[in-house]
Design a protein around this ligand. Structure first.
Ligand SMILES: [Fe+2]
Ligand SMILES: [Fe+2]
Length: 163
């Protein structure tokens, strides 16, 4: 952490790092979820929607990268061991193999995209409260993406003809 930011944030940096670690683990889980589903999807979804899911996966991976960069900037390190991720995760168990049809995949996605919206919303509030404007800015940027993700997922689900 730069000298001046260290002086400004003090112990608050540790509080922010803990929240960022959770967000990082969620993003890595979600990245893997979309990635796995895009490759192993069953039924019509494979031909119609696999590419979109892969794009979605890389979007989440970008979020993880931004979070990891900010964690490093604050003097921490993103959890490196995938076995540690469930410990930090806020979205519960997420095994993509259980959600391989388009409908099932998107239904699960609306749950964790909604959770992401809540999480980045509260991270933005917390960062503002603690005077960490860089994290605040990051949180609102990702929040805007997650709001779009949730809306988009809901729209696709509504448009599916097969119930
Ligand atoms: Fe994300
Ligand atoms: Fe998302």
């Amino acid at each position: 952490m730069g000298r001046t930011e260290k002086k400004l944030l003090g112990k608050n940096a540790d509080v922010i790092i803990e929240i960022l670690k959770k967000a990082y683990c969620d993003e890595m889980h979600i990245f893997h979820y979309f990635w796995y589903v895009s490759i192993n999807m069953e039924g019509i979804g494979l031909v119609t929607y696999a590419t979109a899911l892969k794009t979605q996966a890389t979007g989440e991976l970008m979020h993880a990268e931004l979070l990891s960069n900010r964690i490093s900037e604050l003097g921490g390190r993103a959890p490196s061991d995938p076995a540690e991720w469930p410990k930090y995760s806020t979205i519960g168990e997420l095994d993509p193999a259980k959600h391989l049809t388009l409908r099932a995949a998107l239904e699960r996605a609306t749950q964790f995209e909604g959770k992401a919206v809540e999480n980045y919303n509260s991270l933005a509030k917390k960062a503002l409260e603690l005077g960490d404007f860089v994290t605040y800015n990051l949180a609102t940027t990702i929040l805007a993406d997650e709001v779009k993700d949730e809306q988009h997922t809901e729209d696709i689900l509504k448009s599916l003809e097969v119930k």
